[in-house]
Design a protein around this ligand. Sequence first.
Ligand SMILES: [Zn+2]
Length: 255
Amino acid sequence: MIGTAVGYQVTLPVGYTDANGTVHREATLRKMTGKEEALMADPRLRKNGGRLMTMLLANCVTALGTLPKVDPDVMARLYSADRNYLLMELRRATFGDELEASYTCPHCGRSTEVAEDLATVPVKRLAGNDGAVEIAVQLEDGFAYEGAVHRTLLLTLPTGLDEEKVAASQSDNPSRAKNALLARCIRALGSLDRSDIDALGTHILMELTLGDRRRIDKAVEGAAPGVDLIRDVTCDSCGRGFKAALDMSHFFPVA
Ligand SMILES: [Zn+2]
């Protein structure tokens, strides 16, 4: 992140592909103001975290590549990896790099406070500039449908639009929400027709074995660009080490 007279310059991990196929990766941010505080306090937006993020970013991203304008539609179409990255940079620009984080130890259940430095959080950017993410996973058990077993899975990554849709329908069940999000990311599965994939939806994820589910998680984690929020924490109480995710919901002090 580089501060200049017009704002803060950042490079998106993936980038936004416009209707002509041009990829836009250089974004300019401004600091958050009272307008965004009002957005965060809006009860309707607070019910849909994906939509809230879209509106925050649409306000504070003042330029993206050579796009004539940045609006909620563009911000919703960004990959979640880019949105999460922008949110972290927005936090840094507005409140600085230091973040007080609290982690609960899985061994003893006590919490450890850590002063995180957001300037040191690793960001993985796509090497190429084609703006597309495709992840191939070879399933072992596969998905059985009408006498055939389908094992070759092709996934893309979720966008803001996917998050908004899922948050609106599945906000009360994290496991169902994860399935719904993943189902929206399936590009191909074996020789299944697109119409079958759309009709089966989350049913596919529910039927996969836990071993295959783990293969998918690993493939996505390994390939996914963006901010790496997994931290190595040492427990203040029992001294044991554990891995925990930096909680993005605490990036901003919400009234
Ligand atoms: Zn502990």
